[in-house]
Each structure stands twice: as structure tokens, then as C-alpha cells.
Design a protein around this ligand. Structure first.
Ligand code: R5P
Length: 254
């Protein structure tokens, strides 16, 4: 692996622990002003000291995050759809040139395996990997799940493996029963999304279970910024993921 690629991946997954707390705030790219993210800059600012990286879109990065900030950025580079349309019909929305100009540490793309737009999103992934490899930019593939799909190890394992085969350097997916099967079948690091807001204690257990079963980290959004105590929650998540405190110990922080 070339130096630039390795360096960027190590910003996302710090070598000290080999684990990562990623803060995801890219929801607006298809959901609009998501609860808790109406003013993303204000939401994100107090959370940044506790995140290893920040996942967001180009527009919010430029307008809401100070350019002197040193937080590694994972830039979402797909979109073109909204909650009012067919979500799987995504395309690439940011050039690799602009991603480099923004000095990001990785680019993120969703794939929709099993959807009507499966092929389009997988070919987009392959093209993005081609562009990324030229400049040492890792691609993080997000395995998006349509309403009609079951979030089980068989389906998520299929999605993650395909993402890795097409060249993704990191894969983001959902936690499920038998999660170790998903990780075992995926030759690149796996992080989990948090999903819809759930009880804080349950979210900490979700993170702990994912790490115990082989995930390298979490890329969590709503369960942090929609918490009544977002700073306490991201600190607790960090204790679970990075310090390997138990969910019970970390929950006491809240
Ligand atoms: C979804 O496509 C986005 O990439 C979100 O960033 C992702 O789902 C993580 O956020 P949450 O923890 O809220 O599910």
C-alpha cells in the first residue's frame, strides 16, 4: 500500500488502538434538516474533540466546519436522491479533484445491493476506487439497506464482501446477529452505523458487541447527536470503543 493511502487510513483508524470512533453527520444529503442537525456546525463543534473522524458532505464541511480544524474528514461523495424518491438511484456527486482539494482522509459512497440500482451503485464504487487509487484516497463503502431487505448476516455479508472485492478500503454496515460471519467474510476493516436513535445504554451495547465480534469501530450519528446529552454520549462511545470499557461503566458517564 502506498504511503499516502496508508497515511490516510491511519487517520481514520488510529494505529494506537486499531479502532475508530467516527462521527456521522451526513444525513442531510437525502433527509434534509435531520433532527439534531438543523444547524450542523453547532451540533458538531462540541463533539469534535472526542471523534477520531467526521463523516459529512462537501457543503456542510465548507460552511460549518472551521478549515483550521485538524479532524480527519470522511467526505460523502454520492447522492442525487431524496427521501421523496428512489434512494438507491445514487450517483457520484463530488469529483476526486475536489476531495483532494478539501484535504479529506477518505471518500464515502453508498452501495445498494439487491436494489433496482444495484449495478449502477456497484459500478460507481469501482469507478470511485479507480480515481481514489490514483491519488492515495481510501474509499469507504456504505452498505445501504432498502426497506424490503433483511439485515441479517447473509445479506450484509454479501454486501460487505462485494464492496471489498470492488476495492473499498473500509466498509460500513449494520450490526446483526452472527456479526462475526460478516466480518470473517470481509477482508477489509468493517465499521458499523448506529442506525435509528435507541436508548443510550442499548447503543453502547451495540457498539461493544460490534467491536467484540470484529468491527474496528463505529460510524455513529443519530445515537450521538440525537441524545439528550450528545457530548456525554460520544465520550461514552469512545470509552467503549477505544478504552474497551464495558457498556455499564461507560453508561455511568452519562
Ligand atoms: C447513511 O447513509 C449515512 O451514511 C449515515 O451517516 C449513517 O447511516 C450513520 O448514521 P447513523 O448512526 O445515524 O445510522
Amino acid at each position: 500500500m502506498d504511503w499516502g493511502m496508508q497515511n490516510r487510513i491511519s487517520r481514520i483508524i488510529p494505529r494506537e488502538t486499531g479502532r475508530a470512533v467516527m462521527l456521522a453527520v451526513d444525513h442531510g444529503y437525502f433527509q434534509g434538516p435531520t433532527t439534531g442537525l438543523e444547524r450542523p456546525g453547532e451540533t458538531v463543534a462540541p463533539l469534535l474533540p472526542y471523534a477520531d473522524s467526521l463523516m459529512l458532505t462537501r457543503g456542510v464541511l465548507r460552511q460549518c466546519v472551521d478549515a483550521t480544524n485538524r479532524i480527519p474528514i470522511v467526505l460523502r461523495v454520492t447522492g442525487g436522491t431524496s427521501i421523496l424518491s428512489e434512494l438507491s438511484n445514487e450517483d457520484l456527486t463530488v469529483s476526486m479533484e475536489d476531495a483532494v482539494r478539501l484535504n479529506v482522509s477518505a471518500v464515502a459512497i453508498s452501495i445498494f445491493v439487491g436494489s433496482v440500482n444495484e449495478r449502477q451503485t456497484l459500478v460507481n464504487l469501482a469507478k470511485l476506487v479507480d480515481e481514489g487509487e490514483k491519488v492515495g484516497m481510501p474509499v469507504l463503502a456504505v452498505t445501504a439497506v432498502g426497506r424490503e431487505m433483511t439485515r441479517d448476516a447473509r445479506y450484509l455479508g454479501l454486501c460487505c464482501r462485494i464492496a471489498a472485492e470492488l476495492g473499498a478500503r473500509i466498509v460500513k454496515t449494520y450490526y446483526c446477529d452472527d456479526f462475526e460471519e460478516v466480518v470473517n467474510g470481509c477482508p477489509v476493516p468493517v465499521v458499523i452505523a448506529g442506525g435509528k436513535k435507541i436508548d443510550e445504554r442499548a447503543a453502547l451495547e451495540l457498539a461493544d458487541n460490534a467491536i467484540s465480534r470484529g468491527a474496528v469501530g463505529v460510524d455513529m450519528g443519530r445515537n450521538i447527536f440525537q441524545s439528550a446529552n450528545p457530548v456525554g454520549m460520544i465520550r461514552a462511545v469512545k470509552q467503549v470503543v477505544q478504552d474497551r470499557k464495558s457498556p455499564t461503566e461507560a453508561f455511568c458517564l452519562l
